[in-house]
Design a protein around this ligand. Structure first.
Ligand SMILES: Cc1cc2nc3c(=O)[nH]c(=O)nc-3n(C[C@H](O)[C@H](O)[C@H](O)COP(=O)(O)OP(=O)(O)OC[C@H]3O[C@@H](n4cnc5c(N)ncnc54)[C@H](O)[C@@H]3O)c2cc1C
Length: 453
C-alpha cells in the first residue's frame, strides 16, 4: 500500500473511532491560520464538529523544484496548525494527492454535511473548486466558500457602468470609499474552539522527503510588520539596500496573516503602504475577470511583437551575469533569498523585455519558480505593467536606464556591493548589450504596435 493510502486510512479510522456521525470539514488552502479566518469561523459556528483538513496537492507540487522553499514554508505552517489543534484536543488531517480523489474517498468513508473553505481566484483553483462542488452536491453536501484573502473581491468594485476597473487610480478611489468597518471586522472563532472534532489519537505529519522535497533550512520573515517600518515606508521603500519594506508577501500568499488586520494597521500609519495592499486586490480582480492574461498580453498587440528567442541571453539574465550590476544584484538576490526588492524587480523586468526584447512570459515564469511571495495575479499584473502590455501599464517607451537607476536608488552602491562583490574588478563581465543600441532596438520594435496602444 502506498504511503498516501496507509496514511489516509489511519486518519479516517481514528475519525470513525470518535463515534460522531456527521462532520463539517474545513479545508485550509491559502488561509493557513486559525485567527480571523472567515471560512473557518463559519464552519465552527455551524453546530457540527469540524474536521480541519489540508491537502498537499500533488498536481501543484509535481511542477516545483525539489529544493523549493515555499513547500518548506507551507509544511512548517501545517506543523504549527497541527500542534495548535492538538493542544486544543483536536487534530489537523493532512493528505497528499489530488483533492478530488481525496474528497471522493472521504465521502465514501465519512458522513460529511458540508465542506467549508475560502475563495481562491486563480483560474486553476476555480476549476478545481467547481469539481469539488459538484462532487459535494452528488453526495448531498455543499462546498461552502467565503471571502477571506481580500477586502473586496470579484465584482464588488465596479465602474458606474458595471464593468471591472482596468485603471488603478479610480479603482483605488472606489475601494477606499467603500471600505468601512463592516469589511474589516474580524472573525474571532476562539469561543467556538470546542467545536473542533475531539481526537485522542494524534496522527503523524507526512514528511517533506516522503513528498520528494529536500529544501535546506531557511529563516522566513516574521508574519508581522512594525509601526516604525510603516511610518518610514513612503520615504525609504524605493532603496533596495534598506530593509524598509514589510516582506509580508509570502504570508499574504499563504494566508498566515489576515489582510483585514493589515489594512487596519495601514489605515493608522501609512496610506502609501495601504495603496500597495490595494494594488494586490486590483490585480486579483483583473485575473478573475480576464483569466486570459495568464498566458496572453492584456493588450493583445503585444503578443504580435517580434520578441527575440535567445536562450543564451536569457540564461545570462537568470544567472545575474548581464554586466549591468543592478540587474545582476537583483537576480542574485532572488536566487539566494527568494525575494527581490520591488524597485529592482521593475529594473530586471524592463531589462529583459526591453533591452533583450525577450517575451515577458519567460521572465514571469522564472519569477514564478523562484519568488517566495510568488502570486499569479501580482506577478502577471506587474510583469505586464513593466512591459506595457497590461492594463494601466507603464508606457512602452519608458525604458529604465539600469545605470542611472543606481544613481537614484543605490547611490552608495551598498546594494550592488552586497550582491555583486566582483563589480569593477576584471572578473565582472562587460555589459552584454549596449544601452543606447538596446533602447533604440526596443523603440523600433515597438513601432509594430502602431495605433494599437
Ligand atoms: C516584475 C514584478 C513581479 C512581481 N511579482 C510579485 C509576486 O509574484 N507576488 C507579489 O506579491 N508581488 C509581486 N510584485 C510586487 C512587489 O514587488 C512585491 O509585492 C513586493 O516587492 C514584496 O515585498 P514586500 O512584501 O516587502 O512588500 P511591501 O512593499 O511591504 O508591500 C506589502 C504587500 O503589498 C502587496 N504589494 C506591494 N506591491 C505590490 C504590487 N506592485 N502589486 C501587487 N501587490 C503588491 C504585496 O502583497 C506586499 O507583500 C512584483 C513586482 C514586479 C515589478
Amino acid at each position: 500500500m502506498s504511503f498516501s493510502n496507509a496514511h489516509f486510512l489511519s486518519q479516517i479510522e481514528s475519525l470513525n473511532d470518535e463515534k460522531l456521525q456527521v462532520f463539517n470539514f474545513f479545508w485550509f488552502r491559502r488561509d493557513l491560520r486559525l485567527d480571523d479566518n472567515h471560512g473557518l469561523f463559519k464552519a465552527l459556528s455551524s453546530g457540527k464538529p469540524v474536521v480541519p483538513v489540508f491537502i498537499f496537492d500533488s498536481e501543484i507540487l509535481k511542477h516545483l523544484r525539489e529544493a523549493d522553499r515555499r513547500v518548506l514554508f507551507i509544511w512548517q505552517q501545517i506543523q504549527n496548525l497541527k500542534s495548535q489543534l492538538q493542544e486544543m484536543g483536536s487534530d489537523l488531517l493532512v493528505f497528499y494527492g489530488s483533492p478530488l480523489q481525496i474528497f471522493k474517498q472521504l465521502f465514501s468513508q465519512v458522513q460529511i454535511q458540508n465542506i467549508f473553505c475560502n475563495h481562491d481566484y486563480e483560474p486553476q483553483a476555480i476549476a478545481r473548486d467547481l469539481k469539488i462542488s459538484k462532487l459535494a452536491t452528488d453526495n448531498n453536501s455543499d462546498l461552502k466558500t467565503f471571502k477571506d484573502q481580500v477586502v473586496f473581491e470579484r465584482s464588488q468594485i465596479l465602474t458606474e457602468s458595471g464593468r471591472p476597473y482596468t485603471v488603478f487610480t479610480p479603482y483605488k478611489k472606489k475601494w477606499l470609499s467603500l471600505c468601512s468597518n463592516d469589511q474589516l471586522g474580524s472573525f474571532d472563532g476562539a469561543s467556538f474552539q470546542k467545536n473542533f472534532f475531539p481526537r485522542k489519537k494524534k496522527s503523524p505529519l507526512i514528511s517533506l522527503s516522503e513528498m520528494n522535497f529536500t529544501p535546506e533550512a531557511f529563516d522566513f520573515s516574521p508574519a508581522q510588520v512594525s509601526k516604525t517600518l510603516l511610518s518610514n515606508y513612503a520615504d525609504h521603500r524605493n532603496f533596495p539596500a534598506q530593509p524598509a519594506t514589510s516582506q509580508l508577501g509570502i504570508h499574504l500568499r499563504f494566508g498566515t496573516v489576515s489582510v483585514r488586520q493589515l489594512v487596519k494597521q495601514a489605515q493608522k500609519v501609512s496610506d502609501v503602504w495601504l495603496s500597495e495592499l490595494i494594488w494586490r486586490e486590483f490585480f486579483m480582480q483583473i485575473l478573475f475577470h480576464y483569466p486570459q492574461v495568464v498566458d496572453q498580453s492584456f493588450r493583445s498587440a503585444y503578443d504580435r511583437l517580434p520578441w527575440r528567442d535567445q536562450p543564451a541571453e536569457f540564461k545570462k539574465w537568470t544567472l545575474g551575469k548581464t554586466g549591468y550590476p543592478l540587474v545582476d544584484a537583483g537576480m542574485r538576490q532572488l536566487r539566494e533569498t527568494g525575494w527581490m526588492h520591488n524597485r529592482v524587480r521593475m529594473v530586471v523586468g524592463s531589462f529583459l523585455t526591453k533591452h533583450l526584447f525577450i517575451h515577458w512570459l519567460k521572465g514571469e515564469r522564472f519569477f514564478a519558480d523562484w519568488l517566495l511571495d510568488y502570486d499569479l495575479s501580482a506577478n502577471n499584473g506587474n510583469w505586464q505593467w513593466v512591459v506595457g502590455s497590461g492594463c494601466d501599464a507603464a508606457p512602452y517607451f519608458r525604458i529604465f536606464n539600469p545605470m542611472t537607476q543606481i544613481e537614484k536608488f543605490d547611490p552608495q552602491y551598498a546594494y550592488i556591493r552586497r550582491w555583486v562583490p566582483e563589480y569593477q574588478t576584471p572578473q565582472y563581465p562587460e555589459p552584454m548589450v549596449d544601452h543606447v543600441f538596446a533602447r533604440q532596438r526596443a523603440l523600433e520594435n515597438f513601432k509594430f504596435l502602431k495605433g494599437d496602444v
